[in-house]
Ligand binder design. Sequence first.
Ligand SMILES: [Zn+2]
Length: 195
Amino acid sequence: MRFLGFEATCLIAIVFLALPNHAKAEEYVVYVFNNVGWDKTEVNKATEETKVIFQQECGVTVQPSAVRYLNIPNEYAALDEEEQLGLINQLEKSPEDISVFFIADSTDAFQAYSYLPDTPDNNRNTIWLTRNVDRRCLARTLAHEIGHLLLNQGNHRSENSNLMHSTCVASNYARAANGISLDDGQCDVLVKRLQ
Ligand SMILES: [Zn+2]
């Protein structure tokens, strides 16, 4: 009996390893006050939607590196700036890293606010979201405050389609890009700032 010999041909697969573009990313730590009415689902949804906004508008990744839940004393229900600084010092966080605090309330009149990177105190690069934020605007508000820090600008845009317009109109955020857009100039600043 004769066997036909099959010559195995080895195909050398050349695998091209795609070198990733140096993806631009910014990570921030989220601190959520326990027992003041925030729930995990709502916080996660806000950070996820915020990530989508920056990805979609500027192609950059802005996401939490950690979400920490804090048991806080009752006197922190409505924080003033001194209490914020005290809390920050206890957390031993680097003032150069962005931190987002989901708190109960503030003695400040704003529903949400942030301290720009050039703030001299250790509360620079912090964002404070109170329970007074319209829930439908939570993600847009978080993205807006992160926008202030990444753009290092406290001023607002006049076009209400822009993420940096001062107010979130809930019906505007219900769908698509209205109220969350960033233009090329803003994205250029963001991309330069991110590593
Ligand atoms: Zn603002």
